[in-house]
Every structure is written in structure tokens, then in C-alpha cells.
Design a protein around this ligand. Structure first.
Ligand SMILES: Cc1ncc(COP(=O)(O)O)c(C=O)c1O
Length: 424
């Protein structure tokens, strides 16, 4: 699709002829920045998104207007902070069709996944048990299970990924015959962009008697997610990839499991009664939220969720899919390029990973960076997948709601500079 095509697709989204990116770009203060006199072309939202003014305002208002702790007092400032913080939780729960009791605030997806491994995992996994993950996981959905397997003498098995970057479902069926205790997989790959059939994978895991843990970190910012339909036992994600602050994330858990699990961290806020020798735990979700909460970040996350809801994830998905389709087609004829992952934009999230013959991804990133084009390079915290793809690293461009065809034009021009500088 050409830039004009992208603009036409955007214009047809029912809200007039102004492209979505134009409607929202002004709301991101950072996009006014120039890098060595050139516009900022931010194509690294899969690593961390930029922040709209509405979220910055929510943070500033908390710090300047009603900063106080939450839940531990009765004075007006504290009540205001508690109300704002808990209304964020409610907004998150409503958005994804979860409940407040099943919506635990953590520091991010990494902590959410570690929480499950260290509590449900340590209680329920024993020697010889099988844990299944996929070859396309981010390290945060591999290493916690690896540690658990090492500690308990359990076995970690990987669902293979095919040459198109999709899960080998036959291989999955075979692994389920081992009757695993846990199956953990990503909703959307952060490297190849593959959108996995999560509801089907969860159903199959349940039929085999396993619990299903889904890493939703890359899905939440870019597509509608209904947790009732997915029916995972645990679903983890991070706020900073969905236009929210850093330092806040979420773990959604099935209530019956959360209730029987031991707490993760122990200390203030998570107790009901502390006697000299033992303690009892407070109700959900507080049982898993020891210590002073990330209050500003939680409030900022609520602002981010409301901001995204106002735009609508269907529109965001259509916009980013059109940009991805255009980038894929423009890269196709580029000399020496190898695109990793599904070739159809409808099968992948809004990102494209690639390698270029004769160019180290690090050099690509640096040359693009000089022209104000920000992309991610490296192993993307997915070394098992890098091994499967037979590469050490790749370059990755990823989209957000504020990107447009001009960003792709600047990216392509900068890629030509790579060929020139490296004399390819
Ligand atoms: C698919 C996926 N899972 C998990 C994570 C870890 O997220 P965080 O570092 O915010 O905990 C990331 C971050 O890049 C990711 O892309």
C-alpha cells in the first residue's frame, strides 16, 4: 500500500478525512522534538510507547494537587488519591472485561509473570512435571519458568515456531500429550509480530489439564482484547507500552486461583492480621500488592486507558495494520533485505523485524538514529527465537497511533543511507 493508500484507508475509518495520526500526533509533546534539526521519527513503540499530554497531565495533577498515600488514612487528600488510584483499576478491569479483584497492579509484565511462577508455580509444580512455553517468547516469559523448572526438577519444553514465524500447532498438540502443568505463551510476538490464536491455545491447554498463562504485553496496545473470550488463567501486560507511565503493569488472574495462591511479596498493605508468628492476608487484589503502591503510575495508567478507549482500539489496529502493510510492501523490493515473520499484515501486529545482508543491525540502528529515525536493534530479549531464525540480532520498526506515511518515507530514506554509508 502506498502512502496515499494508507491515508485513504485512514480516511475511511468513519471519522472524516483527517488521518488518525494527524488527529492525535499533536497530543504527544515529544513529537515536537527535533534530533539534530530533523523531525523525530519514533518507530520503537513496541519497546516503549510515547506519552500523550492527557497522561502527563494526570501525573502532574497528582504530584501538584493531591499527592498522598493510598488506603492508609482518612484525610481528604488521601481519599482523593485512593479514589483516583482505584478508579484506574476499575477502568482497566472494565476495559478488558475483568474484575477489580482479578486486576493486580505490578511493576510490569516481567513482575506479573514472575509472580505467577513464584506463587502458583512453586506451589503446584514438582519434580518431573512439564512446563510448556514457545520458541517465540520474550525472556520474561521464559526465564521465570526456567528458574522454576531448575528449582523443582521440572522440564521446560518449547512449542516450535515455523519458518513464517507462526506456532507449529501440531508440535503443540504433541507437547500437550505430556500433560504439562503450565502452558505459557505470548499473545503477539515482540519480534516477528505473529498474532497467536490465544483462545484456541488456552482451550487446548485446559483440555490437557494445564493452566494457561498469556503474555499480553504486545497485544494490549494495539488490538481489542476481551479477557472473557480468551479465558486464560493469568494474563500479564505492561503500562508503558500502552501510552502509560513506566513502572506499572498488570496481572489479571482467575479469582479461584488467586485466592488459593500464597502471596508473592510480603510486608505492609497485603496483610489482614499480623501476630508474632504468622499473618493472614488481605482480600484480593491487595494480597498481591505489598508495600506502598506505584500511585502516580497507577493513576497515569488509568488516564492512558481512558485515552486509548476514546480513540478506540479497532481504529488503532486498522491504522497500524495499514502502516505495517505499506512498510512490508516497500521493504519487499529493497536489495538484501530479509523480513522475519508472517508476510501478511493481517497476521501480525504493527511491527516489522528485518535483517539486511552486509549490515549489522547495530549499524543500521545507528545510521538511522543520526537521521532522527528510532528503531530497536538486537536480540529483542528473545534469544531462543533468534536461534530458531538463525540470526544473532535483527532491526525492528514498530508503529503507534501517531505514526503516518511520512514516518515510513523517512525510514526508507534512512535505509538508503545505510546502503550508501556501508557501501552495500
Ligand atoms: C512480549 C513481551 N513480553 C514481556 C515484555 C517485558 O515487559 P516489561 O519489561 O515491561 O516487564 C516485553 C517487553 O519488551 C515484551 O515485548
Amino acid at each position: 500500500m502506498t502512502t496515499q493508500g494508507v491515508l485513504r484507508a485512514q480516511a475511511q475509518d468513519g471519522r472524516g478525512t483527517v488521518p488518525l495520526s494527524t488527529q492525535v500526533a499533536d497530543q504527544f509533546p515529544i513529537l515536537k522534538r527535533r534530533i539534530d534539526g530533523q523531525p523525530l521519527t519514533y518507530l520503537d513503540s513496541a519497546a516503549t510507547s510515547q506519552t500523550p499530554q492527557a497522561v502527563v497531565d494526570a501525573l502532574v495533577r497528582y504530584y501538584t494537587h493531591y499527592r498522598a498515600s493510598v488506603d492508609r488514612g482518612v484525610y481528604p487528600l488521601l481519599l482523593e488519591a485512593t479514589e483516583a488510584y482505584e478508579s484506574s483499576r476499575q477502568a482497566v478491569a472494565d476495559w478488558l472485561h475483568s474484575t477489580v479483584e482479578e486486576t493486580i497492579f505490578t511493576s510490569g509484565a516481567t513482575m506479573s509473570l514472575n509472580l505467577v511462577a513464584q506463587t502458583w508455580g512453586r506451589t503446584n509444580v514438582g519434580a518431573g512435571d512439564v512446563i510448556v512455553v514457545t520458541e517465540m517468547e520474550h525472556h520474561s516469559n521464559v526465564v521465570p519458568w526456567q528458574q522454576l523448572a531448575l528449582e523443582k526438577g521440572a522440564k521446560l519444553r518449547y512449542i516450535p515456531v515455523d519458518d513464517d514465524g507462526k506456532l507449529d500447532l501440531g508440535g503443540y498438540a504433541q507437547l500437550l500429550e505430556l500433560e504439562p502443568k503450565i502452558v505459557a505463551f505470548t499473545h503477539v510476538s515482540n519480534v516477528v509480530g505473529t498474532i497467536n490464536p490465544v483462545a484456541d491455545l488456552v482451550r487446548a491447554a485446559h483440555s490437557a489439564g494445564a493452566i494457561a498463562v498469556v503474555d499480553g504485553t504486545q497485544a494490549i496496545p494495539q488490538m481489542p482484547v476481551d479477557l472473557r473470550e480468551i479465558d486464560a488463567d493469568f494474563y500479564a501486560w505492561s503500562g508503558h507500552k500502552v501510552y502509560g507511565p513506566t513502572g506499572i503493569g498488570v496481572l489479571h488472574g482467575r479469582r479461584s486461583l488467586l485466592e488459593e495462591m500464597p502471596p508473592f511479596l510480603a510486608g505492609g498493605h497485603m496483610i489482614k492480621r499480623v501476630s508474632d508468628d504468622s499473618s493472614t492476608w488481605t482480600d484480593l487484589p491487595g494480597k498481591f500488592e505489598a508495600g506502598t503502591s506505584a500511585i502516580a503510575e497507577g493513576i497515569g495508567l488509568g488516564a492512558a486507558v481512558r485515552w486509548v478507549q476514546e480513540i478506540g482500539l479497532e481504529r488503532i489496529r486498522a491504522h497500524e495494520q495499514a502502516l505495517t502493510a505499506e512498510l512490508l510492501s516497500r521493504l519487499e523490493g529493497f536489495p538484501g533485505i530479509h523480513i522475519h515473520g508472517p508476510h501478511d499484515a493481517s497476521d501480525r501486529g504493527g511491527l516489522v523485524s528485518f535483517t539486511l545482508d552486509g549490515a549489522h543491525p547495530h549499524d543500521i540502528g545507528e545510521i538511522l538514529g543520526r537521521e532522527g529515525v528510532c528503531i530497536r536493534t538486537g536480540h529483542h530479549c528473545a534469544q531462543p527465537l533468534m536461534r530458531r531464525l538463525g540470526i544473532a540480532a535483527s532491526a525492528r520498526a514498530s508503529f503507534a497511533v501517531h505514526n503516518n506515511g511520512a514516518d515510513i518515507d523517512r525510514f526508507m530514506a534512512a535505509l538508503q543511507s545505510v546502503r550508501r554509508v556501508l557501501e552495500l
